[in-house]
Design a protein around this ligand. Structure first.
Ligand code: HEM
Length: 81
């Protein structure tokens, strides 16, 4: 795989991660951190993954496994904006 291929395949916060967080998620969490802000999500990414994997967040029902896997892949690739 070339560097160009890797870049084309890589996940980005703006296009792949931010859209996963609903208005409800953002509004419920904004006093702790802003789920629509890249720097905030990066700063709390370990706690966010833990909450998603354990199913404790979102408060109204766990995410599908594929959605959690997308967030983990984005972090593994370097949490690109
Ligand atoms: C995908 C969406 C969400 C994620 C990733 C998320 C993530 C988290 C995380 C990581 C914490 C722990 C914060 C800490 O470090 O103390 C937390 C706390 C909390 N979340 Fe969420 N959350 C989400 C959605 C929601 C929703 C929809 C609600 C519904 C009301 C909610 C309510 C809360 C509450 C009440 C706390 C405790 C806050 C506190 O400690 O003061 N969250 N959440």
């Amino acid at each position: 795989m070339t560097d160009t291929d890797q870049h084309a395949d890589s996940l980005h916060f703006s296009t792949d991660i931010k859209p996963l967080f609903r208005d409800l998620d953002r509004n419920s969490m904004v006093k702790v951190f802003d789920l629509w802000n890249h720097a905030d999500v990066v700063a709390h990414q370990d706690a966010i993954v833990h909450a998603l994997e354990s199913g404790s967040m979102p408060c109204d029902g766990p995410w599908p496994a594929a959605q959690v896997a997308t967030v983990k892949r984005w972090i593994a690739e370097g949490s690109r904006p």
